[in-house]
Structures are given as C-alpha cells and as structure tokens.
Design a protein around this ligand. Structure first.
Ligand SMILES: [Fe+2]
Length: 203
C-alpha cells in the first residue's frame, strides 16, 4: 500500500489552496479584502527555502565550551560586537532551549586551541532568542571573516554552520562563503550590532 505523505513544499501548497477555497466560500466584498490584508503571513516564514545551510566545522572546534553569553574577557583582541537573533523552525515556531555554541578567531585571526577563549555556548530563551557579546573575528589566510556555530534544537540533530560579514572583500574569494549566512550588521555607538536568525528543519 502506498504511504500517503506530503513534502513540506506540497503541504504548504495544499494549505494555500485550502485557504483560498475557504476565503472565497465564506467571504465577499470589502470585508474580504480587509481580512486578506490582516492575515498576510510573514514573508520570511513562508519561504521554506530559508533553512540555515550547514557548513563545515573546520579544524578548530572544541567540545565542552563554557556556558556563557559573553565571550569578552580582559585582554581579548578585537572590536566589540553584539550578535543576536532567533532560533525558529521552518513553520515559524520559536525554538526554546536550543543549544547555540559559538567559536571564533580573535581580532588578529587567532583561535585559542589550548583553552576556551572566544568559545561559549548558550540556550535560546522562551521566545527562541539568543544574544552573544563578543569581538569581530579577524581574518586569517585562506578564509574570509566568519563565526563558527553549532545549533541544536532539543533532541534534534546538530546543525554546524558559519556566519559571514557583509561587504568583506574576501567573501568573493572564500570558496565556502554562502550569502545565505551573512549577518545583518548595524554600526551603533560603542559596539557593532548584528543579527542572524537560525531556521531549523524540524519536520
Ligand atoms: Fe574558522
């Protein structure tokens, strides 16, 4: 017997068709137009191609990083940046308690492989939010500027990826650079602020 199952794309398409049918059967005139405007979905959440792409971990990952939301320590090289955003599913559900584990080079492009400088993990809050206080990673030979991160919803597979900076000259030459992984960067007084939302395929 053939199993009946829909891919997410098929499901989304079917849902849209059902919405249209209900709309036209139950509503009419100007009220219907107003209802349509109010019910518009958030475009980013309707785009199922939005899944955060995985990338290689590279050679510098270390397990058992400390739990902390700030990687700032005395003597850290680099200019301060706050990176924040959400962890959510492709169905727009915030993911609470997701592990978000960062590791990065310092402002000079150096990793701490002996200890845990510029390494740390945290868990997303009840609204799926995370926030990291850190420094802008420096570039090192062969790579453009990047953060490394592992994201894991509770009891789900780990997604390992990297985050990139906009407008970096080396983005064009880095063979694994992916524009879908570019942070939104804003310069503000005192520290740069940046945002990136992780979108996980949770079925
Ligand atoms: Fe790296």
């Amino acid at each position: 017997m053939k199993n009946f199952s829909l891919t997410r794309r098929e499901f989304l398409a079917a849902s849209l068709i059902v919405s249209d049918v209900l709309f036209y059967r139950t509503a009419g005139g100007l009220d219907a137009v107003a209802a349509t405007v109010e019910l518009d979905p958030t475009p980013a959440c309707a785009d199922i191609d939005d899944i955060t792409p995985p990338q290689t971990a590279g050679p510098f990952y270390k397990p058992r990083s400390p739990e902390r939301k700030s990687l700032l320590e005395p003597g850290i090289q680099g200019s301060r940046i706050v990176l924040e955003g959400n962890v959510r599913s492709t169905k727009c559900k915030p993911v609470q308690g997701a592990l978000v584990d960062f590791w990065q080079a310092d402002g000079n492009g150096a990793y701490d492989n002996a200890g845990y400088r510029l390494r740390g993990h945290q868990f997303s809050d009840g609204a799926g939010r995370y926030r990291l206080d850190t420094v802008v990673p420096g570039v090192y030979p062969g790579r453009t500027r990047h953060f490394h991160v592992r994201v894991q919803a509770p009891n789900r597979p780990i997604v390992t990826t990297q985050l990139y900076f906009p407008g970096e000259p080396e983005n064009k030459r880095d063979v694994i650079f992916n524009p879908k992984l570019v942070i939104a960067l804003r310069n503000s007084a005192g520290a740069k602020t940046a945002s990136f939302d992780f979108v996980l395929d949770l079925g």
